[in-house]
Design a protein around this ligand. Structure first.
Ligand code: 1GP
Length: 240
C-alpha cells in the first residue's frame, strides 16, 4: 500500500479557479538564488503572492533541500516543488507539481522521470498534482528546451496548443501549465491563454517572461488562474 495523499493545495487552486480569484506564485530557482539571500528576497515579494514554487532545470537533492528548509523559516505561504528531475524530490514541500512535458516527445519527461520518482513518492505523504506542462516558443531557447531536448510549440499554433492541453486533461492532468520558459522574451499571448481556457475545465497556470503587473493582469483576464514569475522578481525589476 502506498501512503494516502491529501489534496489540500489542489483543492484551494480549484476553489480559486471556480471563484475567479487570481493566484500568484513566486518561482525560486535554487541555482540562481543564494541561500543567504532568501530571507531578504521573501520580504520583497508582492503582497498578493499566494504560493512559492521551487525548482529549476538543473540542481540536485541537497541544494533543493537546503532551499525549501530556508524558505519555510521565513514564510507561511505553501511551497510547491516544480521539479526539473527526480533528484529534486525531497521532503518539506507542501505539494509536488508532477509535471509531464506533454508538448515534447522525450519519453524521459513524459514517463521516465516519473517512474524514477516512485521510490520517493511511495513513502511520502506529499500531495501530488498531475500537471500537463506545455512549452511554447517565447522567442529564445530556454533551459527547459535545452535540458529536455524537446522543441516548444509555436506561439501562433493555437490549434496544437489547445489540442495538447485537452489531451492532457483527457489523460487526467489536474492542471495545465502554459510555459514560455524562464526569462522568455515574449510571454504566452493572451489569445493562446483565452483559447486554452475556453477549451479546458481544469485550472490553468501561465508563466515565463512576465515582467509587469499589466501582463500579469492580462493573463488573469484571459483565463489564467495562477501566474508564475521568477526572473523579474529575482532581478528586482518586476513592475507593479
Ligand atoms: C519559469 O514560468 C516560470 O518556469 C517563470 O518564468 O523566470 O521568466 O518569470 P520567468
Amino acid at each position: 500500500m502506498t501512503q494516502s495523499k491529501v489534496c489540500l493545495i489542489y483543492d484551494q487552486i480549484v476553489e480559486a479557479h471556480l471563484k475567479g480569484n487570481p493566484l500568484f506564485a513566486v518561482l525560486i530557482d535554487p541555482e540562481k538564488q543564494k541561500l543567504t539571500e532568501i530571507s531578504r528576497f521573501l520580504t520583497k515579494i508582492p503582497s498578493f503572492s499566494t504560493h512559492i514554487f521551487v525548482g529549476g532545470s538543473t540542481g540536485g537533492t541537497s541544494v533543493i533541500k537546503a532551499c525549501v528548509e530556508e524558505i519555510k523559516k521565513h514564510t507561511t505561504l505553501p511551497v510547491l516543488l516544480f521539479p526539473g528531475n527526480h533528484n529534486q524530490l525531497v521532503k518539506g514541500f507542501d505539494a509536488l507539481l508532477f509535471l509531464s512535458l506533454i508538448s515534447g516527445r522525450n519519453p524521459d519527461y513524459l514517463i521516465g522521470e516519473h517512474i524514477k520518482a516512485v521510490p520517493f513518492l511511495r513513502t511520502s505523504t506529499m500531495e501530488v498534482i498531475p500537471t500537463g506542462y506545455i512549452l511554447i516558443n517565447g522567442g529564445n531557447i530556454t533551459s527547459v528546451q535545452r535540458v529536455s531536448h524537446t522543441l516548444p510549440l509555436g506561439m501562433k499554433d493555437i490549434d496544437t496548443i489547445v489540442a495538447t492541453a485537452l489531451a492532457g486533461q483527457y489523460a487526467g492532468k489536474k492542471l495545465i501549465y502554459l510555459e514560455a520558459g524562464s526569462g522568455a522574451k515574449h510571454p504566452v499571448l493572451t489569445s493562446v491563454i483565452k483559447a486554452v481556457h475556453a477549451a479546458i475545465d481544469v485550472p490553468l497556470i501561465v508563466g515565463g517572461g512576465i515582467r509587469d503587473k499589466n501582463t500579469m493582469e492580462a493573463a488573469y483576464h484571459a483565463g489564467a488562474t495562477l501566474v508564475v514569475v521568477g526572473t523579474a522578481l529575482e532581478n528586482d525589476v518586476f513592475k507593479v
